[in-house]
Design a protein around this ligand. Sequence first.
Ligand code: ADP
Length: 174
Amino acid sequence: MISEKIECIQGDITKISADAIVNAANSSLMGGGGVDGAIHRAGGPSILEECRKIVAKQGGCKTGEAVLTTAGDLPSRHVIHTVGPVWNGGTHDEEQLLANCYKNSLHLAADHQLRTIAFPNISTGIYGFPKDMAAAISVQTLNQILQTDNRIDKVFLVCFDDENYDLVTQELGK
Ligand code: ADP
């Protein structure tokens, strides 16, 4: 049984009101295309300013890890920036690294008393991760944590495109 705390919705993550939304960032934390560009555009310059401070302190963010900023002008309160793996044939630990993104983002939220969190389909855009595998990893990883960690009330998987929406919905029904 998949936890009822996980909900799949279709839409634009910048419109979501949650304690935190997750950004599929790159390791420089300096913005990019896709959902990263959309979040910085809609959230305004204060998010990038905070990212700059994090980079100055710790020198970017490694693949699979996550950092927290506030959310500027977005309806959510915080942004968790995590760096998904670039798909490179599947033999470079991509699956584990993608699972780490979900795990570390959820733990970071919980450690800051954030109880509702929205994820995009990390790595399934420019980074080329197969969408079916990514859907399974996202649902299974989140479900495993939610079974034992009661600090999170709700996780939204926000799918931008029909294919991801269908795959995640299927995965939730398993
Ligand atoms: P990555 O580099 O991790 O692949 P992308 O931003 O290219 O990141 O894509 C990740 C996913 O985010 C893709 O499935 C893409 O369709 C989706 N996406 C793009 N814009 C938005 C948005 N505004 N809200 C939610 N998801 C989005």
